[in-house]
Design a binder for this molecule. Structure first.
Ligand code: PDD
Length: 285
């Protein structure tokens, strides 16, 4: 059965879903996106994703064409129409299609809103058991990485390099420190059992999963330090992992071919993954 997508007020088969070639998302990457996980047909941590959506569109002066309440209804309707059990809902809002290609914001143009779902067994993923390899690449992105912009070319190149190296993620490096993964937040657990992840700033995306994992770890009296770390520190760490809506908590077992500790997912990573999945299920909507 054909998947159903949402495009500007209509539910249409995904293969027939279209926007104009003049859409500013296409011409200028003038748009914002969000990805929320779905477990057992329910949205995970969606309030956090919608809050970040509102913040991101605010930062680029883009008015959403629907309220966030309506967006949540559409997310739910897509889950229902696609009989989605486990996976995610993608949404993208752009500054719409003008009559030509002017850089400055168009007047009286309705923003575009596109949403679709995809299937993924995040909880049962094989890579959750094995962990993933990570490579490092220079962070080539612009300076407002706190905005969840659809301009993802640097991440596309980083993740392609990872794929070619047989790795599951690329850690991006700036000034000798890890900023984050191509599509995930980066964490290490030091030899002294301190959980380290870079502090939120314009240098990284404020990950929704990162935020929840930090809070869940602190509630359990784990020491958390929000600061940048180096690859050398990560290689000397007890454990390393990444977080995102599409993997939850995912062990990193090698970095540039060198093992992190014994090269297997660490016990704290496994525990935090379980804790996050419990939190996700308990708060799913
Ligand atoms: N990416 N950092 C970057 C650069 C990201 O693109 C993402 C998410 C994250 C993790 O954020 P969250 O925990 O809110 O998913 C961190 C999504 C999943 C994507 O681009 O597909």
């Amino acid at each position: 059965m054909d998947q159903i997508a949402y495009v500007n007020g209509s539910f249409v088969p995904l293969t027939e879903a279209k926007v104009s070639v003049l859409d500013r998302g296409f011409l200028f990457a003038d748009g914002i996106y969000e990805v929320a996980a779905v477990l057992e047909g329910k949205l995970i941590d969606n309030a956090s994703h919608l809050a970040r959506l509102e913040r991101s569109v605010g930062e680029i002066g883009l008015a959403l064409p629907e309220t966030v309440e309506r967006i949540q209804e559409i997310q739910r309707e897509l889950i229902a129409r696609n009989h989605l059990v486990n996976g995610m809902v993608y949404l993208q809002a752009t500054r719409g299609a003008d009559s030509g290609r002017d850089f400055a914001f168009p007047k009286d143009v309705k923003p575009t809103l596109v949403m679709f779902t995809s299937v993924k067994d995040i909880v049962g993923a094989e890579s959750a058991k094995t962990g993933i390899a990570v490579i490092t690449v220079p962070d080539l992105r612009w300076v407002r990485r706190d905005i969840k912009s659809v301009a993802l070319l640097a991440q596309v190149l980083a993740k392609q390099a990872a794929a070619e190296a047989g790795a599951g993620e690329a850690w991006m490096i700036e000034d000798g420190k890890v900023t984050e993964g191509g599509s995930s937040s980066a964490f290490i657990l030091t030899k002294d059992d301190v959980l380290v992840t870079r502090q939120n700033s314009t240098a990284i995306l404020p990950g929704c999963t990162r935020k929840a994992v930090v809070a869940l770890a602190e509630e359990r009296q784990l020491r958390v330090e929000e600061r940048p770390f180096t690859v050398e520190e990560a290689l000397a760490a007890k454990e390393a992992f990444v977080t995102s809506a599409t993997v939850f908590v995912q062990a990193v077992v090698t970095i540039d071919g060198k093992p992190v500790a014994n090269g297997k997912p660490g016990p704290m990573t496994d525990r935090l993954r379980e804790i996050y999945i419990d939190f996700a299920k308990a708060t799913a909507q």
